[in-house]
Each structure stands twice: as C-alpha cells, then as structure tokens.
Design a protein around this ligand. Structure first.
Ligand code: ARG
Length: 589
C-alpha cells in the first residue's frame, strides 16, 4: 500500500513553492508550519526570511499568499500578526486523506523511514541468579517499544539481551552446587515455574553466601572455581550452565507476565563474548588506545577525573588478568559492528551507568570501531521512585520485586474491569484476560508516557485510574468505539468527502492525519513518549467529538457513515499506536 502524504506536508509543499516563486533565494526554505488554534496551521518561517532579504515581513507574506494555490488542499490562507500565515485546509481534503489512510489497513498510510539501516538494541538484560527489579522493568518496556517503533519504520533490528551471566560471583555458586549436587534438581518432570526457579536460586545464593562468609576453605575453593570458569573447564561450565538455565526459566516467566516476546537466541549475555576478550585487549593495546598502568590495561580520558583530581581510567583488564564489564562491552561492540553489521547501537540502560558507556564508546571510537557512520548511544533512563519521591523500596527497605509489582497491578486492574463486567457483558475468562492487559498496560504506559531520562513515581493508584493520562483511558476509548461499531447494525463506516465537517470532526481528523509523522519522529528520536502523548491527545479529541457529534443518532445516513468511519480510523490508530508501545487494546472493556 502506498504511504499517504499528510496534510501538513501537502500544505508545507504548497507554501514552499509559493515562497520560492515570490523570493527565489528562499528556495528550499522551511515555512515552519505547525498546528494552531487560530486556523488549522500557522507558518511563521516568513519572518526570518524577510529579515534576511531586508523585506517587510507582512508585505512578503501578502505576496506569498497571492502565489498559493488554493481550492484543493488549502481552503483559506491569510496573513496575520507581523507576517504569519494562517492556513485552513478544506474538509474534503481532510476526509480524502483519512480515507486513504483507512484503506491501508496494515500501516494506516505510515511510510517507511527514508534511509533504514541496522540497529542493535541492547535491552531487557537481567542478571543470572538474581531477582528482577524495577530497573529491569524500565529497560524491557522502553527497549521493546523502541524495537517495535524501529521495525515499523523499516529498520532491521537485532535484539540483544546482554544478561549478567559471568563474573566472580559465580565461583561461589558453582562450588556450592558442586558440593550439594541435588539442590537444583527438579522433582517434577515438567520442570518448575518461574517463581520456583527464582526461589531455588535465591535459596542457593543465600546458602552459598553464608558458607562463603563463614568458611575460609570454602572461600578458597570458590575462588579457584572462578579461575576454572574463566579457563572454560568443562565440569565447571556444566554447573554454571545449570544456573543460567534455571534463571532463564524465571526470566521467561517474567517476560511472559510482561506480555513481551523475548526469544532465546537473542539472549547473548556477557559470557557470549568470552572468546573475544583477549583479542579486544590486544587490539586496544597494540593501537595504543589502552596502556598498562600498575599491571592493569587502562584507557584514560582527559575529562574524566575522580574527586581527588586524578584521572579515572576505564579498566579493560585487571592486573590479575581478569576481565570485567568493560572488556565484555567493548567486545560486544566489535561483534555488533563487524559481525552483525550494525550502523547504530542502542543501549537501553539505567542512567547510573552513563559514565561506563561514555568511556566504552569513546574507547571504541579511538579504536576505530565506531565512527561518524557507525554510532552508539545509550538511551539512559531515570530511577523509579516510590510515592514518597525516594528510590522505590519495600517498607523493609528492600528492592521491590518486579513480579510482585506486576501481580499487584494486575490485581487492581482486574478489580476495575470486574466492576463493569455486567454492563459490558464479560465472561470470567475475559475478566481475567482484560485484567492482565489493563494491569500490565498501565505499568508499561506509565513508564512510556514520560521521557525516559526522567525519574518517575511508581503510583499504582494513578496508573489504573480511568481518568487522566493512563493506558486504561486509552483502552476505554478503543473499547467504546468497538461497542458503537457493534451497535451500528447495518450502517457501515464509509468516508464521505463531500460532507462538511464539524469543528470536533476536523480536530480529530487533523490529528489522525499526524499519526505517520508522529511515529516516524518517535522512532527517529527513540522517544516512545511522543507517541504516548499523541495517543492521549487522540483519545481526548475523541471525547470532545462524542460530546458534540452523535454517531449512531446522526441526522443523515451519510453523516452516520462518515462518523463511523472517523471513529473506526481512530480505533485502528489507537490499536496500532498502543501495539507499538507493547500495550493491548481489548475489544470489550
Ligand atoms: N545486566 C546489567 C544490569 O542489570 C545491564 C546490562 C546492560 N547492557 C550492557 N551492554 N552493559 O545492570
């Protein structure tokens, strides 16, 4: 299906050509069009152009207006204020544009990006043998939305879940399991639930820790295990694998709760880059990017200093020969750039790791792995705060388990859904399913509706509220349309470009027409919150539309068909937009 040129773009083109006809040196200049309350659009680009050409802006604007082709897309155009152009588009153009979007069921007229490339998105990266917390939630939710947005615009996306599955902490765990070999056995042949898997790991972790702290000999054995692990000793690796497998059972259960598809081959944790670590160090050392300092292999930066004024290096290899987080990330960059052939690397990671990524990216640039065409960027996200504005903790001061949060969100949402079940006519299964979609949607939306870098307050009461900027509000808007469409009997949604539009219809229509631009912008800037804001405004415009324009009781059959068409396109836009954010839109709510 062909993509649809938006009205704003058509208007922009007409203004640009009128501009260059009036003032040849303004060819290619941006008329700076935006939505306006005075008319449909206002262009204020003439002010700067007039200044540059030493012309009177109002006069220039008047000359431009005389050159503008009107009648098809532009209905009226007039000069206002110091030299703005106020533009009103025709009702016919609005309806025709929307009809073209409607006909494109799959993409609603959204074009692909002009120059798609290959992006690796590093997101949803929990740590083996550890509970997932709200930080992992943010990475998963934001990362998933960015992946969906990019793929929708035609980008080739490679997902990478850089799980923490390597490091010295495994020595203690492996040694413990070796000495207590049946601790991870599953009695049930079908395996264990995610919850059981986590509690097994937790129990093991605590027991191993206790022994490690109390028993010097165990400590020594555990340390030796770290060496064996790094040397790839088969029996040690086999035990390590058990921890990874058990953790994956847990991770997948959480991703499933999150209604998120994560596939096993995309999980390439820290251990996945083991074979590259030596080579990475060699390349850095030979090129002089990294130098030996007190036995460690380090990279120094002029602008990164500790509180004592001494430079803080990025340590690629420790003096005992061990590799850390930085070596793995640098190797992952080589893999992503040279094997996966990516031109963009994105890292959806907590802002508290920003210094790490700054140093890693700069190192990779110096090594020539990154450059102007192949770039890396951290999509840093802020901290999740409790209602009190302090970092989110349980009453006992412990980190909140992600699973508990999700369960509570679903529980509350189910209560909200159940209240209306009679009225809406929901079966037991539908109450359960909708409760899940509403609860998980609420959590995702709260995360996605504010800019990622900002800290945000985790407030379940607010998240599942039916009023305000919440996913439930959007889900209700969608379900309400479906209910009207069900009740419309034999009246069908049909566009009637010959009909005059009421102000609320125009406002809704012009906003629907902006969907494509919003999606492309949100994708290009990696800012799902722009799409969330768009959808919220769409639902608000729909509410105003309902207040002013009866649908099923419209005065004429044509008007009814046209309004059914408008709300159906609104529903499709909501559905598509929410799907890009990873949120479901139940048919009945
Ligand atoms: N596992 C890490 C954590 O839980 C996040 C990994 C981020 N990705 C990366 N390539 N370093 O903090």
């Amino acid at each position: 299906m062909a993509s649809v040129t938006s009205l704003s773009h058509s208007v922009e083109q007409r203004l640009a050509s009128a501009l260059s006809a009036t003032l040849p040196e303004a060819a290619g200049a941006d008329p700076l069009l935006r939505r306006s309350d005075r008319a449909d659009f206002q262009a204020n680009g003439i002010l700067a152009l007039a200044k540059k050409a030493k012309a009177n802006p109002r006069e220039l604007a008047t000359q431009v207006v005389a050159q503008v082709v009107t009648g098809d897309v532009i209905g009226e155009i007039e000069v206002s204020g110091p030299g703005f152009l106020n533009v009103t588009v025709t009702d016919k153009a609005i309806t025709e544009n929307l009809a073209a979007r409607y006909a494109d069921t799959a993409r609603l007229g959204v074009p692909h990006a002009a120059h798609p490339g290959t992006t690796v998105v590093d997101y949803a990266q929990p740590n083996v043998a550890k509970e997932m917390h709200v930080g992992h939630l943010r990475s998963a939710v934001i990362g998933d939305a960015v992946v969906q947005l990019l793929e929708f615009t035609g980008e080739s996306v490679v997902r990478r879940h850089h799980i923490g599955d390597w490091g010295t902490q495994f020595g203690m765990l492996i040694q413990y399991l070796d000495e207590h070999p049946h601790e991870l056995d599953h009695k049930d042949a079908d395996g264990v639930s995610g919850e059981e898997a986590m509690s097994n790991l937790d129990r093991l972790y605590k027991a191993a820790r206790k022994l490690f702290d109390a028993d010097e000999e165990f400590k020594t054995r555990a340390r030796r295990r770290v060496v064996d692990l790094q040397a790839g000793e088969p029996q040690t690796l086999a035990i390590w694998q058990k921890f990874v497998d058990e953790s994956k059972i847990y991770f997948f259960s959480v991703f499933d709760k999150l209604d998120m598809e994560i596939s096993d081959p995309d999980i390439v944790g820290e251990s996945g880059y083991n074979d590259m670590l030596h080579e990475t160090c060699r390349l850095l050392e030979e090129s002089g990017v990294a130098v030996r300092s007190d036995g460690a292999l380090c990279v120094f930066f002029d602008d990164i200093k500790g509180p004592d004024g001494n430079p803080v290096p990025l340590i690629v290899q420790k003096s005992d020969g061990g590799f850390g987080y930085a070596a793995t990330d640098l190797s992952a960059i080589r893999d992503r750039v040279f094997n996966l052939k990516a031109d963009t690397l994105l890292y959806v990671v907590d802002a508290r790791q920003s210094l790490h990524f700054k140093m890693v990216f700069e190192t990779a640039r110096r090594a020539g792995w990154l450059n102007d065409d192949v770039t890396a960027r951290q999509l840093a996200f802020g901290t999740v705060l409790g209602k009190d504005g302090k970092p989110f903790k349980t009453r006992e001061g412990e980190t909140v388990k992600l699973v508990d949060l999700l369960d509570e969100a679903v529980e509350r949402a189910t209560a909200v859904v159940a209240e209306k079940r009679e009225k809406v006519g929901l079966t037991d299964e539908e109450v359960v399913e909708n409760g899940r979609f509403v609860g998980v949607g609420a959590v995702k939306y709260a995360d996605l509706s504010t800019s990622a870098v900002r800290d945000y307050k985790f407030d379940l009461d607010q998240m599942v509220s039916l009023n305000g900027d919440t996913s439930v509000y959007l889900q209700y808007a969608y379900a309400r349309i479906q209910s009207i469409l069900r009740k419309s009997e034999d009246a069908r949604p049909v566009a009637h470009p010959e009909l005059a539009l009421a102000p609320a219809e125009r406002a809704l229509g012009l906003h629907l027409d902006q969907f494509a631009e919003t999606v492309l912008e949100a994708a290009a800037a990696y800012e799902p919150h722009k799409l969330a804001a768009y959808l919220y405004q769409l639902a608000s415009l729909l509410t105003t539309f309902y207040d002013q324009c009866p649908v099923l009781k419209a005065e004429t059959p044509e008007l009814r068909e046209n309004r059914l068409f408008l709300i159906d396109l609104t529903a499709r836009t909501l559905h598509r937009g929410m799907a890009l954010l990873g949120i479901r839109t139940p048919e009945k709510l």
